[in-house]
Design a protein around this ligand. Structure first.
Ligand code: ZN
Length: 209
């Protein structure tokens, strides 16, 4: 890809604009369709890595502790997310179990780990040999991360179950709520900003040497 320093194309409508670096907390919008062209990255680069690490820690809590605790006729049962996947599989629903496993456990984990690894290496050295591949991987997984769908489904199921049993939301359910908000913030991730971070780090290094 050829980088033309003083021009920028709108990703939505292909309109070409002359580029002027956005000031602090400023966002440049396309004059034709209003899509975001560029924004001040200083705040972005400071924010995304800590957010991704926080999301990863919350993800561990969400997957370790019980989602829900139910009491029915004196019998208490609790389950974790992976426990619910195993139960679905045991109940002859392997397809649904695989979907839950992929969209709420595997894909968010891969997405977060790759993003943390990429941001950490770009912040440190300004370059990663598999940059394109890793960014494509994150973008491909993005539509398949469905933690919020799982959270809504669980809340609806819990509300319906309250008529039949005593239902207590577990630590993991609150963690999933927090994870949904954090992932929404992290997914504001735009590969162009990481590319910019890498370029500015590279320029910084060449100036120093
Ligand atoms: Zn546009």
């Amino acid at each position: 890809m050829q980088e033309v320093a003083d021009l920028i194309a709108c990703e939505e409508c292909d309109a070409i604009h002359s580029r002027s670096a956005p000031g602090r907390n400023e966002i440049a919008l396309c004059s034709r369709c209003g899509a975001e062209l560029e924004r001040d990255m200083s705040a972005y680069s400071r924010r995304v890595l800590p957010l991704a690490i926080a999301s990863f820690l919350i993800y561990i809590i969400a997957n370790t502790f019980p989602i829900v605790e139910m009491e029915l006729q004196g019998i208490v049962s609790r389950t974790t997310l992976i426990g619910s996947v195993l139960s679905l599989n045991a109940a002859d629903m392997p397809f649904v179990a695989s979907l839950v496993l992929a969209t709420t456990i595997l894909f968010p984990l891969i997405q977060l780990l790759v993003l943390i690894y990429l941001l950490a290496s770009v912040t440190r050295s300004g370059y990663h040999p598999a940059f394109n591949l890793l960014v494509r991987l994150i973008q491909t997984l993005q539509p398949w991360v469905m933690v919020e769908v799982f959270l809504l489904g669980t809340i609806v199921a819990l509300v319906k179950l309250t008529n039949m049993a005593t239902v207590l939301p577990g630590v993991a359910l609150w963690a999933f709520g927090a994870l949904t908000i954090l992932l929404a913030a992290v997914s504001s991730f735009n590969p162009r900003y990481i590319w910019k971070m890498a370029l500015s780090k590279k320029t910084e290094r060449s100036h120093v040497s």
